[in-house]
Design a protein around this ligand. Structure first.
Ligand code: PEP
Length: 257
């Protein structure tokens, strides 16, 4: 790791009512207090319905965790029934926004173009995108991992100011490893994260490549985090299932520090 602070993000997906989310953030606060961690940024990404409740607890108790969202629309406002705008999220002190999660690409037809719009809209609203990329098992078996993830990343970053790219996060999440209990090997995670960083260098310059944080995601848990996050180009983790357990998530944060 070369001067970059790791970022460990908990994607709570479609779990936890706002009341349950309050309990989890409070327990996480206690668990992090007991965790030996240094210079690690932490974010949690509740469902939209729980954002306001979690924000209130974070602010009131001064919990050292940033608020994140799982998705966003690209317009500021308008006739987009059911959608949530970047301005609405920014007003809730949302700092990080996941864009292009594979579950959105797979189940909701999100295209590279939509991901690119969401990424730019997130930046315009002053928040940090966590841009997810990842290959399916078929793509991996066909030897296309590198082309797929670099292609997704280039599409997402098209036209973005290189100075802004230095501040954003990218999550390498092999689709076959999400919620399956299967992981990439630590060497694979490092190799793909390094390839993503060099793709950032090619499109946006050396400063952007040195600054961008590249997370690994896919069945990360307290038992495997230390080895998966050990690579010099792996700057933390995007964690789904294991982030619902405050003690386990705090242990992942500890492993990243
Ligand atoms: C995710 O949702 O981004 C994720 C990586 O999930 P899991 O940790 O459950 O595989």
């Amino acid at each position: 790791m070369t001067g970059r602070r790791p970022l460990v993000s908990g994607n709570w997906k479609m779990h936890l009512t706002h009341l349950e989310a309050i309990q989890v953030i409070q327990k996480l606060s206690y668990a992090l207090d007991r965790t030996d961690r240094q210079a690690v940024d932490v974010s949690v990404h509740p469902a939209f319905t729980a954002l306001r409740s979690v924000q209130t607890v974070i602010d009131a108790d001064e919990i050292p965790v940033a608020l994140g969202a799982q998705d966003v629309h690209w317009e500021e406002k308008g006739a987009w029934t059911g959608e949530v705008s970047p301005v609405m999220l920014a007003k809730l002190n949302v700092r990080y926004v996941i864009v292009g999660h594979s579950e959105r690409r797979q189940h909701f037809g999100e295209t590279d173009d939509m991901v690119a719009r969401k990424l730019r809209a997130t930046l315009r609203a002053g928040m940090t995108p966590i841009c997810c990329v990842g290959e399916t098992l078929a793509q991996r078996d066909a030897g296309h991992t590198h082309d797929v993830v670099v292609g997704q990343l280039r599409a997402a970053l098209d036209g973005v100011d290189p100075a802004a790219v230095a501040g954003l996060a990218v999550a390498y999440e092999p689709v076959w490893a999400i919620g399956t209990g299967r992981n990439a090997t630590p060497d694979d995670a490092q190799a793909v994260c390094a390839a993503l960083r060099s793709a950032v260098g090619e499109c946006c310059g050396a400063d952007a490549a040195a600054g961008v944080r590249v997370q690994y995601g896919g069945s990360v848990n307290a038992g495997n985090a230390a080895e998966l996050l050990a690579g010099p180009d792996v700057d933390g983790a995007l964690v789904g299932g294991a982030s619902l357990d405050p003690d386990g998530f705090a242990a992942i944060v500890g492993a990243a520090g």
